[in-house]
Write a protein that binds this ligand. Structure first.
Ligand code: NAD
Length: 372
């Protein structure tokens, strides 16, 4: 079996402990990894003076695959989000976030299985921000007021929302390709084109054109607010949701809530030249170093990584082992319990032990026969 070189970024807060738990279960699948451990975030600042040193990007460019812990974005400091910067620097334009209900989790309903494909590089997240009262903001307000003959209050801050034809085209095509590769039947484009005609309207128009070229997969669109309601009422009607950046971000957390919380919500940032796998959740700093939080979102991101590496047997085995641990409900963290203060909740590393035990049990009959 070939060894896979993978960049491992432990990250901030709870990142190191959930990444270590995930590394252990990934190795227990029998797949061989050559981990290239790289510090980014707060851990990198003392040594490199920046939370995103060039060598982290170089490592991912070299290995083309990374498993990443969450990274804190300090509020009010000069640093922009390392997570957003990394996605933009590597042009990881598609963020794939499956929403899948595992039996035994605190699911809204047990038949949930849809995938969010979020555009990852443009929209209001492009970082085109103008602080209230700066000469640049004042200048822009004056220009826009002149161009559009509309008044913007002078005490406004501004964020620019660019959505391009090329950016929309590649994310919608990605959603169709992903659907085809993963035996999915439908792509739903999510937008607010009725209000933002030149950004979301453009996204929708491009999506319709791309759909014309992908007629083997069903296509439809939904306005984002309606989409949220539909997902709660009739989730089975949806399969792949293709979203511009902001709506994808918000719907991801809605989806995480529907399957029992952030502790079970994985993700993959994918570009033409590589992929970074990470949980949807952040660094949960208040729990750092306590061996408390759920490592399964990173473990399930690891399952996505194994599929990306075409280690399908290992991916299936690891997903099944995680599902078994959830279904048994004995070795799970506090967030999967009915009550958050349930004293029977175990810690991060014990979850890894339990998943490894399930992997080792393999095909032998176990109590987890109901897990999917
Ligand atoms: P968060 O996701 O870190 O935590 C919110 C709450 O969710 C936690 O207090 C905890 O109760 C729960 N939670 C999160 N992960 C959990 C887990 N694995 N198991 C059990 N419970 C879990 O969100 P936040 O507090 O808004 O953000 C903290 C920091 O993380 C911020 O600096 C933010 O910018 C950053 N962040 C990073 C990423 C990323 O690295 N991709 C994503 C989101 C937020």
């Amino acid at each position: 079996m070939a060894e896979h070189a993978v960049t491992l970024i432990p990250g901030d807060g709870v990142g190191p402990e959930i990444c270590e738990a995930s590394r252990r279960v990934l190795e227990a699948t029998g797949v061989e990894f050559q981990w290239d451990v790289q510090n980014a975030g707060e851990a990198a600042i003392p040594e490199f003076g920046t939370p995103l040193p060039d060598q982290v990007l170089d490592s991912i460019r070299r290995n083309k695959v990374a498993l990443k812990g969450p990274i804190t974005t300090p509020v009010g400091s000069g640093f922009r989000s390392v997570n957003v910067a990394l996605r933009q620097a590597l042009d990881l334009y598609a963020l794939v976030r499956p929403v899948k209900a595992y039996k035994g989790a605190r699911n809204l309903r047990d038949d949930l299985d849809f995938i969010i494909v979020r555009e990852n590089t443009e929209d209001i997240y492009a970082g085109l921000e103008f602080e209230k009262g700066t000469p640049e903001a004042d200048h822009l307000i004056e220009e826009i007021s002149g161009l559009l003959k509309k008044k913007i209050r002078p005490d406004s801050g501004l964020s620019i929302k660019p959505i391009s034809v090329s950016g929309s085209e590649r994310i919608v095509q990605f959603a169709f390709d992903y659907a085809r590769r993963n035996n999915r039947r439908k792509v739903t484009a999510v937008h607010k084109a009725n209000i933002m005609k030149h950004t979301d309207g453009l996204f929708l128009a491009v999506a319709r054109l791309v759909a014309e070229r992908n007629k083997d997969i069903e296509f439809e669109d939904r306005i984002v607010d309606n989409m949220c309601m539909q997902l709660v009422l009739r989730p089975k009607e949806y399969d792949i949701l293709c979203c511009p950046n902001l709506y994808g971000d918000i719907i991801s957390d809605l989806g995480a809530g529907m399957i029992g919380g952030l502790g079970l919500a994985p993700g993959a940032n994918i570009g033409t030249n590589g992929a970074v796998f990470e949980a949807t959740h952040g660094s949960a700093p208040k729990y750092a170093g306590q061996n408390k939080v759920n490592p399964m979102a990173v473990m399930l991101s690891g399952v996505m990584m194994l599929r990306y590496l075409e280690e399908t047997t290992a991916a299936d085995a690891l997903e099944k082992a995680i599902a078994n641990v959830i279904a048994l409900g004995e070795n799970v963290t506090y967030d999967l319990k009915e009550r958050r203060d349930d004293p029977s909740a175990v810690g991060t590393s014990q979850v890894a032990d339990a998943v490894i035990a399930q992997l080792k049990a393999g095909e032998r009959p176990s109590r987890a026969t109901t897990a999917r």
